[in-house]
Design a protein around this ligand. Structure first.
Ligand code: M90
Length: 329
């Protein structure tokens, strides 16, 4: 068995990717953000304060004949951008891309932080990280993918995120036609709940890859490519107008700049992110100053290969073999 779901950028900056998910009987369809950087499936619901839920699609367990309260269970989560949410837990049927998990923990939000209230394009997250990262207590719950894995043709999923285009999350199979290059595999470390891996080097423009281990995570829920300062500096030294903008908390430059590409080595392959994928978006509507897709990971403490990097590749999240596959797109 397999599943295949389309995913779309939330806005002109490809800030988030939105995928439709069916929950309950009859199906309640919610737009959710698939996040390989966390391990909880949580939704805006009938239990979310009305003022917070306004503008969001919500899940009502009381309207689902297959919903069951997981009594005594609660959850609370904080993300890298300091956004947070918490609540209680139901189980229900969750269908993604035509594949159904009968008894999936659906975490219902009774509290959401301001960022979520304002981010009306999504009604919650589907965590696709490792189960060890789940935040339900007293008994942690499995992710949708973990529950699905044993019934899928292969215990893996792929992410094909695209710039201003519809992409896909495929479950249980690899559509190699989505990639130009060969898929290179490298071990995945799930001990922290993330899809951790080590890139073997990087280069700016068409230069030859150097040998410089970069350990980080493959994270569909993070917009940017966040790497150490020395690499960020090496890149922006090639961009005449680049400067650090305190208010934007990042490197900005003239939108008219012709940005160099950025490449990294992984699994014996070289993934090259084109310059235009690194020129994210004007800092404000109509501004001629643009915000960089590559920024520093210094104050996060972890390197994150987020959507800016993932857009250049077909990425295979292979749970069965505890490995990550990367192919140039
Ligand atoms: C340093 S992880 C920062 C990252 N959040 C981002 O990437 C947000 C995403 C966003 C949110 C709302 C609108 C637009 C974009 O976007 C930005 O922060 N930016 C994009 C726009 C840009 N102008 C400023 C920077 C993050 O917490 N991800 C988590 C999932 C995320 C949570 C918020 C909702 C969307 C999904 C997750 O995978 C990683 O969790 C952790 C990473 C490291 N330790 C702990 C947790």
């Amino acid at each position: 068995q397999t599943g295949s779901a389309n995913t779309n950028p939330s806005d002109s900056a490809d800030d988030e990717y939105i995928t439709s998910v069916s929950i309950g009987t009859p199906a309640q369809v919610l737009p959710l953000d698939f996040d390989t950087g966390s391990s909880d499936l949580w939704v805006f619901s009938s239990e979310t304060p009305k003022s917070s839920a306004s503008g969001h699609v919500t899940y009502s367990p009381s309207k689902s004949s297959t919903a069951k309260k997981l009594s005594g269970s609660t959850w609370s989560i904080e993300y890298g951008d300091k956004s947070s949410s918490s609540g209680d837990v139901y189980t229900d049927i969750v269908t993604i891309g035509g594949f159904s998990v009968k008894t999936q923990a659906v975490e219902s939000a009774t509290k959401v932080s301001t960022q979520f209230v304002q981010d009306t394009v999504i009604s919650g997250l589907v965590g696709l990280g490792f189960d060890v990262g789940n935040q339900v207590s007293p008994r942690p719950q499995k992710t949708w993918f973990s529950n699905a894995a044993s019934s899928l043709a292969e215990p893996l999923f792929t992410a094909d995120l695209r710039h201003q285009e519809t992409g896909s999350y495929n479950f249980g199979f690899i559509d190699t036609s989505l990639a130009k290059g060969t898929i290179g595999y490298t071990p995945a470390d799930g001990s922290e709940g993330y899809w951790g891996f080590t890139a073997t080097g990087y280069s700016v423009g068409g230069a030859k890859l150097n040998r410089n281990s970069i350990t980080g995570i493959a994270d569909t829920g993070t917009t940017l490519l966040l790497l150490p300062d020395n690499i960020v500096d090496a890149y922006y030294n090639n961009v005449e107008s680049a400067e650090y903008d305190d208010s934007q908390e990042g490197v900005v430059f003239d939108c008219s700049e012709d940005l160099p590409s950025f490449s990294f080595g992984v699994g014996g392959q070289t993934i090259t992110i084109s310059g235009d994928l690194l020129n994210l978006t004007p800092i404000e509507e109509g501004s001629s100053t643009c915000f960089g897709g590559l920024q520093s990971s210094a104050d996060i403490g972890i390197n994150i290969f987020g959507d800016v990097a993932l857009k250049a590749a077909l990425v295979v999240f292979d749970l069965g073999n505890e490995r990550l596959g990367w192919a140039q797109k």
